[in-house]
Design a protein around this ligand. Structure first.
Ligand SMILES: *Cc1c(COP(=O)(O)O)cnc(C)c1O
Length: 228
C-alpha cells in the first residue's frame, strides 16, 4: 500500500472511532482531502484509494490540477480566501465553496454560476476565535449574512465552516467547535453541513457535529510552501 493509501485507512479509522464515541453514523462525516501544494499525482493516488472530494486554497493551482485530472470524476471544493476578481472562475469550476464570509462575494458567485450547473454549495466561514483570525464573518454578522445568502438564486447555503485557533487542549477544541454548532442551530435555517476539523483536531470536531473534516497533513504529509 502507498503511504497515501495507508494514511487514508488510518484516517478512516480515526473518523469511525470518533463518530462511534459520540454515537454518530460514521457515514455522516465526509473526508475532504486538502491538497494545496500537492502534485496531481498525489490526488490521483487518493482517488485510487477511494476519495472523491478535494479541497484547494489557491485558484490557479487548483485549475491546473483540474486540467491534469479531468479524466477523473472529482468533486472540487474551494476552501481559501476569495478575492472578488476570482469569483467567476470559482463559480465555474467548483461544486462547493467553504470560505464565503461576505455578501458581495456570495452575490458575485450567484450571478456568475453557469446556468447549466447545479447551485453552488456554500458554507459561510465564521470566526469563533476573535482577533486571532482575520478570515470569517463575526458571530454578530452571521444571521443577516446567512439570511441574505440563502435568498440568492444560484447558491445553496449548506452550513458553516470554521478554523478555530490551533490548540492541543481538547477541551478548548471542543468549546470552539461547539460554539460553531450553536451558531448554526441559532440560525433556524435548513442547514445540513458543518465543515470543521483538520488533521490535529478532527476528533473534537466530529464530537461536536462536523460533517466535513478537511484533512491535509495527515493525508498527504507535511506541506512544503517553497515549491507549491
Ligand atoms: C490547509 C487547510 C486545511 C488542512 O489542514 P491540515 O492541518 O494540514 O489538515 C484545512 N482547512 C483549510 C481551510 C486549510 O487551509
Amino acid at each position: 500500500m502507498s503511504t497515501i493509501a495507508e494514511n487514508i485507512s488510518t484516517l478512516a479509522e480515526r473518523i469511525h472511532n470518533a463518530a462511534q464515541a459520540s454515537r454518530r453514523d460514521p457515514g455522516s462525516v465526509g473526508l475532504l482531502a486538502v491538497s494545496k501544494t500537492k502534485p496531481a499525482s498525489d490526488l490521483r493516488e487518493a482517488y485510487a484509494a477511494g476519495l472523491r472530494d478535494f479541497g484547494e486554497n489557491y485558484l490557479q493551482e487548483a485549475l491546473g490540477k483540474q486540467t491534469e485530472l479531468s479524466d477523473l470524476p472529482l468533486i472540487w471544493h474551494f476552501i481559501g480566501p476569495i478575492q472578488s476578481n476570482k469569483t467567476r472562475a470559482i463559480a465555474e469550476n467548483f461544486a462547493w465553496v467553504h470560505s464565503v464570509d461576505r455578501l458581495k462575494i456570495a452575490q458575485r458567485l450567484s450571478e456568475q454560476r453557469p446556468a447549466d450547473l447545479p447551485p453552488l454549495n456554500i458554507c459561510i466561514q465564521v470566526n469563533v476565535s476573535g482577533e486571532a483570525s482575520k478570515s470569517g464573518c463575526t458571530p454578530k454578522d452571521l444571521p443577516a449574512l446567512a439570511q441574505a445568502i440563502s435568498a440568492l438564486p444560484n447558491l445553496r447555503l449548506r452550513g458553516l465552516m470554521a478554523i478555530p485557533e490551533p490548540t492541543e487542549d481538547s477541551d478548548e477544541q471542543n468549546a470552539a467547535f461547539a460554539a460553531v454548532r450553536t451558531l448554526q442551530d441559532q440560525l433556524n435555517l435548513p442547514l445540513d453541513t458543518l465543515s470543521m476539523g483538520m488533521s490535529h483536531d478532527l476528533e473534537a470536531a466530529i464530537a461536536q457535529g462536523a460533517t466535513w473534516v478537511r484533512i491535509g497533513t495527515a493525508l498527504f504529509g507535511a506541506r512544503n510552501y517553497g515549491q507549491p
